[in-house]
Write a protein that binds this ligand. Structure first.
Ligand SMILES: [Zn+2]
Ligand SMILES: [Zn+2]
Length: 134
């Protein structure tokens, strides 16, 4: 059973044919600016994700020192995913899911950047910077 989602206007749609690998909240400045608040993202295998509709992307050097590409709908501006952290893995924005309950956050990262009005959720692992690589 495929997981589906898309942007606000419906021009960009996607289907995910593999389960999410990891889910979390990112409090970095780039996610705050591009999402409006912290990002809720799930790591998924890029090969399992089929996107239809025209997208645009904006690239910027991320906290890791590598370029991070942020893919969005050029019509309505909804952020769809970011990529660049790990080869073959993209971070799909949980808010784009047709069924948002599919998303399960497991940790928070870059919590040292969280504003006072958006404190990381208590009882969930939190990392002040990037999560240490396993
Ligand atoms: Zn759209
Ligand atoms: Zn971030």
């Amino acid at each position: 059973m495929a997981i589906t989602g898309g942007c606000l206007c419906g021009a960009v749609r996607y289907e995910l044919s593999a389960p999410m690998l990891f889910g979390g909240f990112c409090y970095c400045t780039d996610c705050r600016k591009s999402s409006g608040v912290h990002a809720a993202s799930m790591a998924v295998p890029e090969a399992a994700l089929t996107i239809t509709g025209e997208t645009r992307e904006f690239s910027k050097i991320g906290g890791s020192g590598h370029p991070v590409a942020r893919v969005f709908c050029p019509t309505c501006g909804s952020p769809i995913l970011s990529k660049g952290g790990r080869p073959g893995v993209v971070m799909l924005k949980a808010g784009t899911l047709d069924d948002p309950e599919y998303f399960k956050p497991m940790a928070s990262i870059y919590t040292s950047r969280a504003p006072s009005w958006d404190k990381p959720r208590e009882g969930m692992p939190a990392f002040p910077e990037m999560m240490p690589q396993a």
